[in-house]
Design a protein around this ligand. Structure first.
Ligand code: AMP
Ligand code: MN
Ligand code: MN
Ligand code: MN
Length: 289
């Protein structure tokens, strides 16, 4: 299996740059992952591929393998469901259309939330924009959180998520996204491999009937090794993956200084990456010389 031999370990398939809600540039993220010992990585910014070229170039310069990726937003009634997508075609027209919709709604929704918050706190959309550093930016609550920190209203990003910007708080606005079944199908149509991100952060798993539908739609695997996943969900999902021949990944979900997660804190086995590479037909990994 050629791919198995070419991509060196440790393998971390979930990292964010400031093209979405990480704090470093794509090249910074690659350097930080490299310094942590990571040798194969995927940049998985939310709903955008804008960081790929810069990350790929820096990976190759440092002798690392680059896997094109993205964390795609979908939603069900009670919240958003993140789906990691690997090796898809970034120019597949239906996907490009969907990403445009997601981007424009991300901005409208965050403007609305900012307006809601501004009723009680001294904060404007311009303050939020000051926290948005990269081009091709996927904005979200982290940027509003950073603006609240910059204004001295709270002391750190995570404080916002349990407080002012909480999903159950008075200022929250939900975001448009496809349902997970349609999202999985769209990723597969684009030649990509969909892997459910941090699937058991509450310890539970989705109803088995729904999991069956996700697998029928083309779900390729589960990100089981992730610091926010809890038992007993991890055990249940490991067994499910084994029984159903699904891919298991482990990753850091690094966000720079935006979250405590560190590059390489969870990793993916090379056999599992080899399966992702076998299934992905929309784009190619880039291997160093
Ligand atoms: P949004 O999609 O705009 O509702 O915001 C969710 C994003 O915020 C996710 O992509 C997370 O990476 C980030 N996030 C969620 N909780 C926290 C937290 N406690 N601290 C920092 N970032 C967080
Ligand atoms: Mn994020
Ligand atoms: Mn996520
Ligand atoms: Mn993530």
């Amino acid at each position: 299996m050629e791919a198995f031999l070419r991509a060196r370990s440790p393998i971390d398939l979930h990292l964010h740059s400031n093209v979405s809600d990480g704090t470093g540039s794509p090249a910074d993220v690659v350097r930080e992952a490299h310094a942590a010992g990571v040798r194969t990585m995927s940049l998985t910014d939310h709903d955008t591929t804008a960081g790929w070229d810069e990350a790929r170039e820096e990976c190759l310069r440092l002798g690392m393998t680059f896997i094109p990726g993205m964390e795609f937003t979908s939603r069900i009634e009670y919240g958003s469901i993140h789906i990691l997508a690997y090796l898809f075609d970034p120019n597949y027209a239906p996907l490009v259309e969907e990403l445009k919709k997601l981007q424009s709604d991300r901005e409208n929704r965050l403007r609305q939330m900012t307006e809601n918050v501004s009723a009680d706190y001294d904060i404007t959309w311009d303050h939020v924009l000051e926290q948005v550093s990269a081009s091709g930016k996927s904005v979200g609550r982290p940027h509003l959180a950073d603006a609240l920190v910059a204004r001295g209203i709270i002391s750190e990003r995570s404080e916002a998520f349990s407080g002012i910007l909480s999903k159950d708080g008075p200022y929250y606005v939900s975001q448009y996204a496809l349902d997970p079944l349609s999202a999985v199908k769209l990723i597969r149509s684009a030649g990509g491999v969909p892997v459910m991100a941090h699937p058991t952060t509450k310890g539970r798993v989705a109803p088995m009937e729904y999991i069956d539908r996700l697998i029928d739609a083309g779900l390729g695997g589960y990100e089981i090794e992730h610091r926010e996943n809890m038992e007993p969900g991890k055990t249940i999902l490991r067994e499910l993956c084994e029984e159903r021949g699904l891919i298991i990944t482990g990753s850091s979900d690094y966000h720079g200084t935006g979250k405590p997660n560190q590059p390489g804190e969870n990793t993916t086995e090379s056999e599992m990456l080899a399966r992702i590479i076998e299934q992905g037909t929309g784009s190619e990994p880039s291997y160093p010389e």
